[in-house]
Design a protein around this ligand. Structure first.
Ligand SMILES: [Zn+2]
Ligand SMILES: [Zn+2]
Length: 396
C-alpha cells in the first residue's frame, strides 16, 4: 500500500523534471470558459453568507453530486472512453454518460480527444495540460485558452464516432448539463431543502467546482508530487492523497506506464475505488463483459527499469523468416513488420492507443517502421509490450 512516503518527492536522480518538453503555445483567451469558471467560484463564496440551512440533507446532496460526478469522469470519461480499458454494455454507457455530464467538464468527445493527446505527447508542447507550462497552467490555466492543437487530427476518434451514446451526449451536451447540473438540484432544493436556491448552490454549483478541482489535480499535482515507481520517462507520479481525492486516479505513474489497464492502482492495496467498482461489475454482472490488465511480468519489468536496474530480459529465440517469404506467409493476417521483426498484433490492435486502423495498414507483413518512428514517441513500456507480440525476425 502507498504510505506517507508516496507524497514525498522521489530521489532527485530518479525524478523526471516537470520542466521537460517545450512550453506550449497558448491560443486566444476563451472568455466564456474563463468567465463561467470564475463565476462558479464567486457563487461558492456566496455559501459563506448563505449557509446550508437544511443541515445534513444539504450536505448529503452536495456529497452525492460531487462523488457521482467524479465517478462519471473516472469510470466513464477516463477509463472507459479515453482508454478503452474495459468494455461496457449499452445501459452502463448511457448511465456513465449521464453521470459524466454531471461532472460538467465538456462532452465525452471533447474531453477524450484532449486526454488522448495528453498521453500521446505527455510533457511536450502538444500536451494540452503539459506540466512543462507550470503548475497553475496544468491545473486550470489551460482551460482559459482556445489553444489549437496541431496534433489533434492524429488522435483516434473512430471509436467515439461509432458510439451512439457518445454522439448523443456530444450533440445535446448543453441541454443535458442544464438538466443534470441545474434543473435537478434546483428541483431537489425546492422540494426537499429550504428552497430552490439552496439546491442549486449546494447540489449544483459547489459539487461542480469540487469535481473540477479534484480532476484537475491529476493534470497538475499528479505530475509534480509523488513516487515514480513504474516509469521515469514522464512527469506522472503516484500519490496516495490525490488517489483518495480522485477515486484512485492519483495512482498516476502506473497509469501513464500502462494507460490501457483498467487499474490505476496496480497493487491490491493501492487506493483505487474506481478499479474496485469496475471489477465488481465485471465479476458479478454483465454490465462489464471484459477488462484489460497488464501482465505482471510487464509491470515488474517496468519497475525494474524505473529504479535503474537491468531487468536481464533474455532475447528469445525467434524463428527467422526470409524477407521474400513474408507476404506469402502472412497474407491477410494481423502481422506487421517493424524494424526487422514480425509482430502478431491480432489481440492488441483494438487496444492500440493510436487506433487499430494504423496497425491494419501493415497487415500481411508490411513494414510499418517509418510510421512507427514518425507518428508517435512510443514509450519504453509500449516497446516492452511489443516484445510479447514478437513472433519472428526478418532476414534478407
Ligand atoms: Zn497525466
Ligand atoms: Zn489517462
Amino acid at each position: 500500500m502507498c504510505t506517507e512516503e508516496s507524497i514525498k518527492l522521489a530521489p532527485s536522480n530518479r525524478v523526471t523534471s516537470p520542466t521537460v518538453g517545450a512550453p506550449q503555445p497558448k491560443g486566444d483567451i476563451w472568455w466564456s470558459n474563463a468567465l463561467g469558471f470564475l463565476a462558479a467560484h464567486f457563487f461558492v463564496l456566496l455559501s459563506w453568507w448563505y449557509p446550508a440551512v437544511s443541515g445534513w440533507k444539504t450536505y448529503t446532496l452536495l456529497l452525492f453530486n460531487w462523488q457521482v460526478g467524479m465517478y462519471g469522469i473516472t469510470i466513464g470519461y477516463h477509463r472507459l472512453w479515453s482508454h478503452r480499458s474495459f468494455t461496457a454494455s449499452t445501459p452502463l454507457r448511457i448511465f456513465l454518460a449521464g453521470i459524466g455530464t454531471l461532472g460538467f467538464q465538456g462532452s465525452i468527445r471533447w474531453w477524450v480527444v484532449r486526454h488522448r493527446l495528453h498521453h500521446r505527447y505527455t510533457d511536450t508542447e502538444s500536451d494540452p495540460y503539459s506540466a512543462a507550462n507550470g503548475l497553475f497552467f496544468s491545473h486550470v490555466g489551460w482551460i482559459f485558452y482556445k489553444t489549437k492543437y496541431p496534433k489533434l487530427p492524429l488522435v483516434q476518434k473512430e471509436d467515439l464516432d461509432s458510439d451512439p451514446v457518445v454522439a448523443f451526449q456530444h450533440r445535446y451536451f448543453l441541454e443535458l448539463v442544464f438538466l443534470t447540473c441545474v434543473a435537478l438540484p434546483t428541483a431537489m432544493g425546492h422540494f426537499w431543502l429550504d428552497g430552490a436556491w439552496e439546491g442549486l448552490l449546494y447540489g449544483g454549483i459547489i459539487p461542480r467546482v469540487m469535481t473540477w478541482h479534484c480532476t484537475f489535480l491529476i493534470n497538475s499535482m499528479a505530475h509534480y508530487i509523488g513516487r515514480q515507481e513504474y516509469t521515469i520517462e514522464v512527469t506522472a507520479r503516484g500519490n496516495l492523497l490525490l488517489a483518495m481525492l480522485t477515486q484512485g486516479e492519483g495512482n498516476h505513474n502506473f497509469h501513464h506506464a500502462f494507460p490501457s489497464d483498467y487499474r490505476n492502482g496496480f497493487k491490491s492495496t493501492d487506493w483505487d475505488p474506481t478499479k474496485w467498482i469496475i471489477a465488481l461489475m465485471h465479476t458479478f454482472t454483465s454490465l462489464v463483459p471484459s477488462v484489460h490488465t497488464t501482465p505482471d511480468r510487464e509491470v515488474e519489468r517496468a519497475k525494474s527499469r524505473a529504479i535503474g536496474r537491468d531487468n536481464g530480459q533474455a532475447e528469445r529465440d525467434l524463428p527467422r523468416v526470409d524477407l521474400s517469404e513474408v507476404s506469402a506467409l502472412y497474407e491477410g493476417k494481423p502481422v506487421i513488420v517493424i524494424q526487422g521483426f514480425l509482430y502478431d498484433v491480432g489481440e492488441f490492435a483494438s487496444r492500440h492507443p493510436g487506433g487499430a486502423a494504423l496497425l491494419e495498414r501493415g497487415y500481411g507483413g508490411k513494414d510499418l517502421s517509418g510510421l512507427f518512428e514518425k507518428l508517435n514517441r512510443h514509450t519504453l513500456q509500449a516497446r516492452d509490450l511489443m516484445m510479447e507480440m514478437k513472433i519472428g525476425q526478418i532476414i534478407s
